[in-house]
Write a protein that binds this ligand. Structure first.
Ligand code: PGA
Length: 314
């Protein structure tokens, strides 16, 4: 049986309109051209597809059967087109993401890996602190954001994908360095070099200590994790940072983490977007990539220590 898509399209339109004249108008063809396509299809099928009773045309039994299959064929073609469009989008798309200052320590590695499989996606990366990330989400400026625990009052979709333990860092010769399980109260005798107010690390640290009625002496305030590490190395005090930021210093033994009761503060990293946002194919692919790389699966968060704190409001 020899069929062409063109014949099937003409048949579908005539079967839908039940009129050669209207089908011809819809298809921008002449009526004889429509009749000829239907004649050829009937010849191939070996059966009449329409019958005329008075002025009206009707589908025959064979026509009704064919109409059922033809509708499915065109639905499948539509679906195929959509999938191909998506793939075209993915291959040449743009990805506009923003990550927390602290997340940048691993985000660039993730992006490098993503880029090796999706080199045609152009990536724009913005690195900023939590407050700015929240403003960007509010204004729907970014495809995706990687941040610490998002506030519950915003309409966000937030999926946890990696642990983010906060540790206390000191120089190896610090008087507390050899002690084990140091009580939290003892920290009140120390000075801390801290991140700026708008930082997620800072607010997590404040929630943790205020929930335990402990007031820390905060010395210098700094807007970058690098500055905090250098200040701690220079002996300006202890620091509280994400473990992701000190991997190299710990390995080189320039810094150590202190053994403190209830530490580390267990946090997680989330991939976040506004609820109802239509993610572009590139953004959707990146989101899936991140969740696949995850060391904790979505919905499997063990956010035990943070859940006992007031919900993020910073
Ligand atoms: P930040 O990290 O301290 O660099 O803002 C974000 C967060 O932990 O939420």
């Amino acid at each position: 049986m020899h069929l062409t898509l063109r014949q099937l399209k003409v048949f579908k339109t005539v079967a839908h309109c039940l009129s050669f004249t209207r089908a011809a108008r819809e298809l921008h063809l002449t009526q004889p051209a429509v009749s000829m396509q239907i004649k050829q299809l009937e010849n191939s099928a070996g059966l009449p597809l329409f019958e005329q009773l008075g002025k009206k045309i009707y589908l025959t039994t064979a026509g009704t059967e064919l109409f059922h299959y033809v509708r499915n064929i065109f639905q499948q073609l539509d679906e195929m087109e959509q999938v191909l469009e998506q793939l075209r989008g993915v291959q040449s798309g743009r990805l506009d993401i923003s990550v927390a200052t602290t997340a940048n320590y691993f985000a660039t590695r993730l992006l490098a890996k993503f880029n090796s499989c999706h080199s045609n996606i152009t990536i724009k990366l913005d690195v900023t602190n939590r407050r700015t990330l929240l403003q960007q989400l509010e204004q729907n400026e970014k495809d995706l954001v990687i941040m610490g625990r998002p506030p519950e009052q915003m309409d966000l979709v937030a999926e946890p994908f990696m642990d983010n333990p906060l540790v206390i860092i000191a120089t190896p010769d610090h008087p507390l360095s050899d002690l084990k399980n140091i009580p939290l109260q003892q920290l009140q005798n120390e000075t801390f070099v801290v991140r700026e107010q708008a930082s997620g690390t800072r607010s997590a640290m404040e929630r943790f200590f205020s929930a335990r009625d402990i007031t820390l002496n905060t010395g210098m305030e700094m807007t970058s994790n690098e500055a905090i590490k250098q200040a701690v190395e220079a002996g300006l005090g202890l620091g509280i940072v994400s473990i992701h930021t000190v991997e190299r210093e710990l390995e080189a033994k320039h810094l150590i983490t202190l053994s403190i009761e209830e530490f580390p503060i267990l946090r997680h990293w989330y991939v976040v977007h506004r609820q109802g946002k239509r993610l572009s194919p590139a953004a959707q692919t990146f989101r899936e990539f991140i969740l696949q790389q995850a060391n904790i699966s979505p919905g499997n968060s063990t956010d035990t220590q943070e859940t006992s704190f007031p919900i993020g409001h910073e």
